[in-house]
Design a protein around this ligand. Structure first.
Ligand code: BTN
Length: 258
């Protein structure tokens, strides 16, 4: 069970709604975000989701023991604008990576542009950022993090690409409240640094990038680009060195070829 009183007392969130189950916490957060009077950051979480959404047309499979939550963020209250969206998404990934490094010291933690976090070479977390159409100042930051949901008995194809914190810890379970508090603390510190222009985002992100120096394909719609990843730039774009030049990409899905 999530200790919502602790979340309110120990973190930056002003409101918490934690549900037994919901279709998608992002959908619930989008609903709440329409009300101009709600105080943000507003955290919405659920123990189960039956219609969890991922990027594009992907679904998010959320098993018991994982963390699934969305934060309604008022960008101006954080001294940011919705144009900071690409940075915000990278900051959220960085905060998850820091949470993992603090909770699992010595673990191999990585970031895969734009929105995935890896643990021991496999995906442990995904981020879905959306904009509230009726309140243009507000973003929804959706996070799925595999905490106590083991993949040990999952089908081989899933086991090869996904993992959880409990798997990386050899079966030791974690307090989901503690993990969430660590995340929210890292996230609010990084967000504050971003707003004050005090965050070396490219440098900190690049240290953890699992794509830099590797051959990749980037798919965006029906366009496919092959190249070697040269990291990210200050706009949050992915840099690809192709046979012809250095290209910047702002959207797409990347697959590592080695
Ligand atoms: C991805 O990897 O494609 C992003 C996955 C994001 C999943 C989370 S789970 C909580 C929140 N609610 C949703 O419906 N999606 C996000």
């Amino acid at each position: 069970m999530i200790d919502t009183a602790r979340l309110l007392a120990e973190t930056c969130v002003r409101n918490v709604e934690w549900l037994d189950e919901v279709g998608s916490t992002n959908d619930r957060a989008l609903q709440l975000s329409i009300d101009p009077l709600i105080e943000t950051p507003y955290l919405v979480g659920a123990d189960r989701q039956w219609a969890g959404r991922g990027r594009g047309s992907n679904q998010w499979w959320g098993a018991d023991g994982s963390l699934m939550f969305s934060i309604v963020v008022g960008m101006s209250a954080l001294n940011l604008t919705p144009a900071d969206w690409p940075h915000f998404s990278l900051v959220t990934g960085l905060a998850i990576a820091e949470t993992l490094s603090k909770t699992l010291p010595g673990a191999n933690v990585g970031l895969k542009w734009p929105n995935d976090v890896w643990l021991e070479g496999r995906k442990v977390s995904g981020i879905l950022i959306e904009q509230c159409e009726r309140q243009s100042d507000r973003l929804i930051v959706g996070v799925g993090l595999n905490v106590n949901n083991s993949f040990a008995t999952a089908p081989a194809e899933l086991k090869g690409i996904a993992t959880s914190m409990v798997d990386a810890a050899g079966g030791t379970e974690f307090s989901r409240t503690d993990v969430l508090i660590t995340f929210l603390t890292c996230w609010s510190e990084l967000t504050e640094q971003l707003a004050r222009n005090k965050l070396s985002l490219v440098e900190r992100w690049s240290r953890l990038c699992v794509l830099t120096g590797h051959p990749v394909t980037l798919t965006n719609g029906n366009q496919e680009t092959m190249g070697v990843c040269a990291g990210i730039d200050a706009d949050g774009a992915l840099l690809l060195r192709t046979a012809f030049n250095l290209e910047r990409h702002y959207a797409g899905t990347v697959r590592r070829l080695d």
